[in-house]
Design a binder for this molecule. Structure first.
Ligand code: S3P
Length: 447
């Protein structure tokens, strides 16, 4: 299913003059995971167009097949025959979620309504990531778990007797919200989830499209409340997945910081709760224009993005931005490194729990490339400098977004930047190296 790009683990990125061309970013990873999982819980055959072909999504397909779901992918069209809300089979082997926190966390709520035992595990990064954030609410809903320290590997025991809950989440997390919503589909009654401010709402949009009894408002600020009432079957759907703004962000920032660049990025999902980076770059005075905006079948806005080299200025981003661009801080930090003046990102506690500790990775990586950076509690302060020394070797600890961010920084550094751990890029953006080189980057394989 997955086209092999065979990304080498050690790459170096050299200084270049300007990026010119058109990029079609890979399909949205969050929406791909949800399209597959929700189709599996529906009755009948759903068709997914433009599903992301990356390792994480391939692991979701494998997980669903292990649970008895039929998934056939041919010519970029994926057909999923749903088993209904509580129809997963007991698997004859464990489920390996690979590097993906999203798979592990959202699958638990979906499995919870089937009366089966399942063992979930993951790679060396994932087994160290917190699962208590989902185990806690799911236990309250009557689902049982067996784990050491609330981490993977764990065993989940589903139940036909899911209880509705009112859950006030201490964090804004789409994974937490989604897993409760999925468990709530099987509950006898209405569940309510409240988060401090809204995380990405793809699950709400898609669950509504699949016919779930869900109530939510697109509230741009303040507390977010979502209600779901169990018992309704999901109907099969046709879903087209837009391009991923989190992947598009690399070409976007690259074009902004490399003098002489002008590129167009096609078909990007610009959901308000994902598009914080566009607003942040606008505040930094980046030259960005949106074209051909449409709203798709499940209420997600999609547009083309035109972007040019821009002289950036440093900004203060308060913590209300963090949920709207949580995955984009590493690449925005690269933009901040060359902006004039100081940039402060506030409220980044959640960055410590991603594929690696991104809070540390941003600081250590920038400092090793000659940029002055400070931290204060959960804030990062970056002192922009239009001359980046580079010359560093960065071990991204198998974190795709850290790898891609420092490859982009190499393109404007006096000395090339070497990144170790680049194989991780295939979890989200397998064509990254070839596509970036096509528009003018100089990324080379190291011996
Ligand atoms: C995701 C939600 C975010 C994000 C992750 C994908 C999702 O995590 O960082 O890459 O698809 O739901 P949190 O929900 O933990 O914030």
């Amino acid at each position: 299913m997955i086209k092999k790009y065979n990304i080498k683990n050690k790459l170096s990125s050299y200084e270049v003059k300007g990026l010119i061309g058109i990029i079609t970013p890979p399909s949205d990873k969050s929406i791909s995971h949800r399209a597959l999982l929700f189709s599996s819980l529906a009755v009948g055959k759903s068709t997914i167009y433009n599903l992301l072909h990356s390792e994480d999504v391939l692991n979701m397909v494998k997980a669903l097949k292990t649970l008895g779901v039929k998934v056939i992918n041919k010519n970029n069209i994926c057909c999923v025959t749903g088993v209904g809300l509580n129809g997963f089979n007991t698997p004859n082997k464990h489920i390996d979620c690979g590097n993906s926190g999203t798979i592990a966390r959202i699958l638990l709520g979906a499995i919870g309504g089937s009366e089966i035992f399942v063992t979930l595990t993951g790679d060396s990064s994932l087994v160290n990531r917190p699962m208590d954030r989902v185990i806690k609410p799911l236990k309250k809903m009557g689902i049982n778990f067996n784990s050491i320290n609330n981490k993977l590997p764990l065993i989940i025991k589903g139940t036909s007797d899911i209880l509705p809950i009112k859950y006030i989440s201490p964090i804004s997390s789409a994974q937490v919200k989604t897993t409760i919503l999925l468990a709530g589909l099987n509950a006898h009654g209405t569940s309510e989830i409240i988060e401090p401010y809204s995380s990405r709402n793809h699950s709400e949009n898609l669950l509504k499209y699949f016919g779930a009894n869900i109530k939510y408002k697109t509230k741009l600020s303040g507390k977010n409340k979502v209600l779901i009432t169990g018992g309704n079957n999901l109907k099969s759907c046709n879903i087209t997945v837009p391009g991923d703004i989190s992947s598009a962000a690399f070409a976007l920032v690259a074009a902004i910081i490399i003098p002489g660049s002008s590129i167009k990025i096609l078909n990007v999902g610009i959901n308000y709760f994902r598009a914080g980076i566009l607003e942040a770059l606008d505040l930094m005075e980046a030259k960005i224009k949106l074209e051909n905006k449409i709203i798709n079948d499940y209420e997600e806005p999609v547009a083309d993005i035109l972007v040019q080299y821009s002289k950036l200025r440093g900004i203060n981003l308060d913590s209300s931005f963090s949920a709207r661009m949580i995955d984009e801080y590493p690449i925005l930090a690269i933009a901040a490194a060359v902006a004039s003046g100081k940039t402060r990102f506030c409220g980044l506690a959640e960055l410590r729990y991603k594929e690696s500790d991104r809070f540390r990775a941003i600081i250590n990586g920038l400092v090793s490339c000659g940029i002055k950076v400070e931290s204060n509690k959960d804030d990062i302060i970056i002192y922009g400098n239009n001359e980046v020394l580079g010359g560093a070797t960065i071990d991204c600890l198998f974190d795709h977004r850290i790898a891609m961010s420092f490859i982009i920084l190499g393109a404007i550094s006096l000395k090339p930047i070497k990144v170790i751990g680049c194989k991780s890029i295939s979890t989200s953006y397998p064509s990254f190296i070839s596509e970036m080189n096509d528009i003018g980057m100089d990324i080379r394989v190291n011996d």
